[in-house]
Design a protein around this ligand. Structure first.
Ligand code: PMP
Length: 361
């Protein structure tokens, strides 16, 4: 193919790296270990709606029922919700709604890559404020950059992927207040944080968009449902760009069945994840040369002396974790926290590897 057929902005792109995995234990993408269809109530409600869903009809473009259910869950109005094919599509819609070529996207780094990738596609530039040592956000630096650049879009991922750090709501609000343009607060992992959402402050901010997803705590990654929460006018602006029939009927009815039982699912899924996270964090931090950073999510970022050796040892134990090419994340592994059984296996591999590196056996 002639490369010049491509938009100039994507000619240098590498394909998004989704390696084929041979390991049995896949803990590289922050997925839940729990299947929503294993809840009898969810399955029954889904099957009942499924039987009545005509495949020849387009889905409801406004996902009216689902918006109402999501609004109920996050305590806002249905017109303050926009549903997408995962948070990923919401991010793409936001970038395409607000960024022109040569506009600026401001992010802290490291964070979720998709923001800067989507910005690059539209020809916008990304300015990064690097974390301070220990993967702590540079709060002063971030506030200062917002004031100095007034970027078209600023993103705060809270808690952050891949570091796990949770910022206090008061600081996030300071950023929203300092920005004259859009601030996106990505709360994909909020259910694991035990923290207050900024959605409670929605009425105060006409420049705030919050991203949430059913992929993580609700275990629906395969069905692709995420949503934006913002004041009505912003939702209307995003709706101009959203593909009309974006979320399939099947995804909408599955998400509705899940939201009907949201509290039961959260009570089942979240506490064991938090217990496993604590176990793994303590086990890794007890090892020489290994640091597991504090996390308010369903994953841990661990820094080790030799990342490649740990990835290999884990792979030999049939475990796949996420490793990184970026210099800032050298020797860092992101480990999705699933069940106690799995984290115990992970901890064992780490222990052996750390002992081996110390010259033990
Ligand atoms: N935001 C963050 C911070 C994420 O880590 C992810 C997924 N890894 C998403 C958004 C998008 O998730 P999804 O498209 O599955 O809703």
């Amino acid at each position: 193919m002639n490369k010049e057929w491509l938009r100039r902005s994507i000619r240098s792109f590498e394909p998004y790296d989704v390696p084929e995995l041979k390991e049995k234990i896949i803990i590289n993408a922050n997925e839940s270990p729990y299947n929503v269809f294993d809840f009898a109530e969810v399955k029954a409600d889904f099957m009942a709606s499924f039987a009545e869903t005509p495949s020849f009809r387009y889905p409801d473009p406004f996902a009216k029922k689902l918006r109402a259910a999501l609004a109920d869950y996050v305590c806002c109005r249905p017109e303050e919700v926009l549903v997408g094919n995962g948070g990923d599509e919401i991010i793409s819609v936001i970038i395409n709604t607000f960024l022109d070529a040569d506009d600026t996207l401001l992010v802290h780094a490291p964070t979720f890559d998709i923001y800067s990738i989507d910005a690059q596609i539209v020809g916008a530039k990304t300015v990064c404020v690097n974390d301070l040592p220990g993967f702590k956000r540079d709060r002063e630096g971030l506030l200062q950059k917002v004031k100095e650049l007034q970027p078209k879009v600023t993103v705060i991922c809270n808690p952050n992927n891949p570091t796990g750090e949770l910022l206090p709501l008061s600081f996030v609000e300071e950023v929203v207040q300092a920005a004259q343009n859009i601030v996106v607060v990505d709360e994909a992992y909020l259910e694991f944080a035990g923290a207050e959402s900024i959605i409670g402050k929605l009425n105060k901010y006409d420049n705030l968009i919050v991203i949430r997803t059913l992929s993580k705590a609700f275990g629906m990654a395969g069905l692709r449902v995420g949503y934006a929460v913002a004041q009505k006018e912003l939702i209307e602006a995003l709706s101009l760009v959203k593909p009309v029939y974006n979320v399939s009927s099947i995804s909408q009815i599955a998400a509705l069945a899940v939201m009907k039982h949201s509290q039961m699912i959260l009570q089942h899924n979240v506490p064991p994840t938090l217990a496993a996270r604590q176990y793994l964090s303590e086990a890794l931090n007890a090892l020489p040369g290994v640091t597991a950073y504090p996390s308010a999510t369903n994953f841990l970022l661990a820094q080790v002396p030799d990342g490649a050796a740990y990835v290999k040892a884990l792979s030999e134990a049939d475990i796949s974790v996420r490793a990184y090419k970026a210099a800032a994340l050298k020797n860092c592994l992101r480990i999705t926290v699933t069940t106690m059984e799995v984290v115990k296996k992970v901890a064992e591999v780490f222990k052996k590897e750390a002992e081996y590196a110390q010259g033990g056996n």
